[in-house]
Design a protein around this ligand. Structure first.
Ligand code: UD1
Ligand code: UDP
Length: 365
């Protein structure tokens, strides 16, 4: 039996690895082991509970306001010790967080093959997103299996000299999670009149901290003040920098609902119900095309250009006036929103996790 260890640290990793963990569990050629670094504590536990998965080992590394260096220095020895105890044949981790970089490094030092889920995303700018673009490039150089979600990701890896035989285009596992969840149709956490326009907001990127984040929040305030019927649903990321700014700039505005992070099923309902989504999240850009909700990406670059090319997402930067104009155009004009609907999600078909397990099982070990 192939011992497959999935290492998971943060909210988006749990969403995107849950389908993989379940596919490994359901395959009798494999033994599934689940390791939580708990780089995120509350949000990881919330997602694990939603998807009904339990960790075999939990490193519990999160500290309030952790710096990247502190986090890395706690993760590496803890991961090394976990690998020594769990003795996996292969380790899988998804994305570009500090957990993923440390898991790839720990595997490298112990000569354990590492499989990178969602490999090959690039902006081409090492400091944007920071530190994720650097993490992705480093992880690619240490991985034995590169599970690229889309063809463009495969091309990025080839351009960096990654051998073609180690790259597998699988689709993004987030679509597996989404399609399974959307059917549950859970209620929103607050009552919003059915006829009211709804702006759904998520923000958390480190490169936006300071003026860019404040500008985005000020633009939201401007939009609400100008539109008494508009509701804003904003599940605030628990990063202390984000929480403090959101509360200071939007805390007292009527119809701005600052809420704790939503359980995945409820957040999916919110994405479906929203008139417009304003976000800097990666996962949300991938999910929204399946829900026919237009997405404005509050960043200057994206490593997910397919949504922009398909027309469902628009890159609007962080400038206060620009964000106001772009959100207002969509809120006020149903034709503009219709133009952004797409027939097919370019990021996946809901079968990515099964493909990943099949590739691992068919590999000559
Ligand atoms: C991390 C990832 C980022 C990913 C994001 C998803 C890194 C460097 N950053 O950013 O790539 O897009 O997660 O959300 O890997 N906190 C809590 N409870 C939680 C989670 C976080 O209180 O459940 C607070 C803690 O004070 C923690 C802080 O948020 O120290 C920052 O967490 P951290 O994982 O370092 O960075 P994120 O900004 O969440
Ligand atoms: N999400 C959620 N509840 C929330 C906000 C986001 O379930 O309150 C989900 C969202 O659907 C997506 C993932 O969390 O699957 C995105 O997480 P985040 O934005 O923190 O990270 P990123 O995708 O930018 O790495």
């Amino acid at each position: 039996m192939l011992r497959v260890l999935s290492a998971v640290g943060t909210r988006p990793e749990m969403v995107k690895m849950a389908p993989v963990v379940k596919a490994v569990q359901n395959d009798d050629r494999c033994e599934s082991l689940l390791l939580f670094t708990a780089q995120h504590r509350g949000m990881l536990d919330q997602m694990a509970e939603f998807f009904g998965v339990k960790a075999d080992m939990d490193l519990d590394v999160m500290r309030e306001g952790q710096s990247l260096v502190e986090l890395t220095s706690r993760l590496l020895p803890a991961l090394d010790d976990a690998l020594a105890r769990l003795c996996p044949d292969v380790v899988l981790a998804q994305g570009d967080t500090t957990t993923v970089l440390c898991a790839a490094m720990a595997c490298f030092y112990r000569n354990i093959p590492f499989g990178h889920v969602e490999a090959g995303l690039r902006t081409g700018d090492l400091r944007n997103p920071f530190p994720e673009e650097g993490n992705r490039r480093l992880v690619a150089s240490l991985s034995a299996f590169h599970f690229a979600p889309t063809d463009d990701a495969r091309l990025h890896l080839l351009a960096e000299g990654i051998p073609d035989f180690s790259i597998h285009v699988t689709g993004n596992t987030v679509i597996d999670a989404l399609l399974e969840t959307v059917a549950r149709d859970l209620p929103l956490p607050i009552a919003i009149p059915e006829s009211a326009p709804l702006l759904l907001v998520t923000l958390h990127r480190r490169e936006s901290f300071g003026e860019p984040l404040n500008d985005i929040l000020l633009a939201i305030g401007d939009l609400v003040r100008a539109r008494p019927s508009l509701h804003v649903l904003y599940p605030v990321h628990p990063n202390p920098t984000v929480k403090t700014s959101a509360k200071a700039l939007l805390g007292d505005l009527p119809n701005v609902h600052l809420v704790a992070p939503l359980e995945y099923g409820v957040f999916v309902t919110a994405m479906r119900r929203a008139t417009v989504i304003l976000t800097d999240s990666g996962g949300v850009q991938e999910e929204a095309p399946s829900l026919s909700t237009p997405v404005l990406v509050a960043r200057t670059v994206t490593e997910r250009p397919l949504g922009v090319q398909a027309g469902v997402a628009r890159l609007v930067g962080t400038n206060r006036e620009r964000i106001q104009t772009e959100v207002a155009r969509l809120l006020d004009d149903p034709d503009e929103r219709r133009k952004m609907r797409v027939g097919k999600n370019p990021y996946g078909d809901g079968r990515a996790a099964l493909r990943i397990v099949e590739i691992l099982c068919n590999h000559t070990w």
